[in-house]
Design a protein around this ligand. Structure first.
Ligand code: ZN
Length: 340
């Protein structure tokens, strides 16, 4: 998740504004052991904090692509599951280049998004896409705190990345009616770089995306959402998505801290500003390890995280097989979100 001030600046910059629910099959229940296995790989010190455009970031991307291959998702990058993203790195920032031939100053690096699709089974609905995404990047190696210099981002957002892979695993054999695009993006912490590139180079016609559910920071329970196993949805009242999930008794409530503007602080906002009902599922409780080296796997509550992932599986199955959400009156964000 990006810092609030940066996100508000970004929201203003994006004025460009690029322009009964039967399931087809029974989803697999995800186990705590599976969640632990994925999370311990992504939050391991060997991933060096998964900074955009670095060897650690590339290692995380290869791990994600290998998981997608195991599930036999269709590779929708420009290089297998990888969608290459041109960036420049300087001592102070990482920025998107306009193209691979853009000679912007700084060290030129290639970052990647990782993208795979589960093809829909219904001839009438398979052309409609549900986008399920999270950012896999974090802050890399930096200023040591209490002797630890690796910013592992176990919660932010290895946890959301695990959710996307686990949802793909749970639904892979269920023949959902709509197609589900699974995307793990880079450069969110630097200002949605990977998502902005992906929107400009979308692997399928972007107008076929009918809903977006992002997962961000689900590794610890939030008492304001009801505690362990409960999650909240950003921008809950903006579209009919929240009410759809509530009708199915999925344990997902409204974001209890609207003043934090979480709806505007992650990749979903870029899709919402394009008109796609797009929300983020989270359980971030404002813990003090946010963007610190102490955001470590030792502080993940795996029973909670597994329960939230199974709620996300149910939610995505509903989106893929039931009705699609629409904006409520006044809910679609303008290019500059309120409060910025
Ligand atoms: Zn973050």
């Amino acid at each position: 998740m990006i810092h609030r001030r940066l996100s508000l600046v970004l929201a203003m910059l994006v004025v460009a504004a690029l322009p009964s629910c039967a399931q087809s099959g029974i989803a697999k229940t995800i186990t705590e052991a599976e969640v632990h296995s994925l999370e311990s790989a992504l939050a391991d010190d060997s991933m060096e904090g998964r900074l955009t455009g670095t060897p650690g970031g590339a290692r995380a991307a290869r791990y994600i692509a290998a998981q997608m291959k195991l599930l036999d998702l269709a590779p929708l990058g420009d290089s297998g599951y990888f969608q290459r993203v041109p960036v420049t790195a300087t001592d102070s920032s990482i920025d998107l280049r306009a193209s691979f031939s853009d000679a912007a100053p700084g060290r030129h690096e290639t970052a990647v998004n990782v993208v795979g699709m589960l093809q829909g089974s219904d001839p009438k609905l398979a052309g409609e896409i549900i986008l399920v995404d999270a950012h896999y990047d974090h802050l890399g190696v930096g200023k040591p705190v209490n002797g630890d210099s690796i910013y592992n981002g176990a919660d932010d957002d290895a946890s959301g990345t695990v959710a996307v892979l686990a949802v793909a695993h749970a639904l892979a054999g269920t023949h959902p009616k709509r197609s589900i695009l699974f995307a793990l993006t880079t450069g969110e912490e630097e200002g949605l770089l990977g998502t902005n590139w992906m929107i400009a180079h979308f692997p399928v016609p972007i107008d076929s995306v009918v809903a977006n559910l992002e997962t961000e920071m689900i590794g610890r329970p939030d008492s304001l959402a009801g505690g362990a196993g409960k999650a909240w949805l950003t921008g809950y009242d903006r579209s009919t998505m929240g009410a759809m999930l509530a009708r199915e008794h999925i344990p997902i409530v409204a974001d209890p801290r609207p003043a934090q503007h979480f709806f505007e602080r992650s990749d979903n906002i870029a899709y919402a500003q394009r008109g796609i009902p797009a929300h983020t599922l989270s359980t971030f409780n404002l813990h003090a390890d946010y963007h610190q080296p102490s955001d470590d796997i030792s502080r993940i509550d795996f029973a909670h995280m597994t329960a939230v992932i199974n709620a996300a599986v149910h939610a995505v199955a509903l989106l893929a097989n039931g009705t699609v959400p629409v904006w409520n009156p006044g809910g679609r964000p303008t290019a500059t979100p309120p409060g910025s």
